[in-house]
Design a protein around this ligand. Structure first.
Ligand SMILES: CC(C)(COP(=O)(O)OP(=O)(O)OC[C@H]1O[C@@H](n2cnc3c(N)ncnc32)[C@H](O)[C@@H]1OP(=O)(O)O)[C@@H](O)C(=O)NCCC(=O)NCCS
Length: 181
């Protein structure tokens, strides 16, 4: 069970069935979904996304803005291909980008991952053409470990490159105390 995480401005919590409309609001925006495989959601895809994200094996979490009680995006956080290893990711409503919310939510999840789940390593990936995403990775202390060239097939003979970032438990602990509040 994932207990909500509270930061200075945000609450990160499990999705609830009624969240789908708020999710559709930003996942139907082609600009927001430009680097998400599969692209923009239909209403049915937003409903399906929320439905599959509910429960103890949830891999995505809603991000609520405390002041406005508004769902402004979601965080991805789930086990990856090695013991005690998770992948982290983020998608936010365009109107709420550039205010440090993804960084704030990511720091809270790293804190939860390394202290509560006792993870060994957290990884993240993004396209090199998406600096807002890799800036978040850099701001939360992740290192760029590599650039995979033309590794994601987009159809029509189009391929995406992918940057790979990670942070180890030791590196997180060396950064000092990262309370989620
Ligand atoms: C990636 C995303 C989640 C970042 O969310 P956010 O809340 O805006 O992130 P933050 O405000 O914490 O940080 C964004 C950083 O990117 C920087 N940035 C934004 N646009 C930039 C650009 N074009 N070039 C360089 N840096 C840029 C910001 O200045 C900020 O860095 P700074 O604090 O050093 O100034 C958001 O842009 C988003 O939802 N994008 C669409 C979905 C997406 O692509 N998700 C990632 C898939 S891998």
């Amino acid at each position: 069970m994932f207990d909500p995480l509270e930061t200075q401005r945000l609450i990160i919590r499990q999705f609830e069935p009624d969240d789908w409309a708020a999710v559709y609001e930003y996942t139907s925006d082609p600009e927001v979904m430009a680097y998400i495989p599969g692209g923009q959601f239909t209403q049915d895809q937003a409903r399906a996304f929320v439905t599959k994200s509910i429960g103890e094996h949830a891999e995505e979490f809603a991000v609520m803005l405390k002041d406005e009680s508004k769902l402004i995006g979601h965080m991805v956080f789930h086990p990856w291909f090695a013991p005690r290893t998770n992948e982290i990711g983020w998608v936010f409503h365009r109107a709420y980008q550039g205010k440090g919310y993804a960084t704030e939510a990511a720091l809270a999840l790293l804190d939860y991952g390394f202290t509560v789940l006792q993870l060994h390593r957290v990884i993240a990936t993004c396209q090199p053409e998406n600096p807002p995403s890799f800036r978040v990775m850099e701001k939360i202390g992740m290192r760029r470990e590599g650039l995979f060239q033309k590794c994601i097939y987009r159809g029509d003979d189009q391929w995406w490159d992918e940057c790979f970032y990670a942070i180890l438990e030791d590196e997180w602990l060396k950064k000092g105390t990262h309370g989620s509040k």
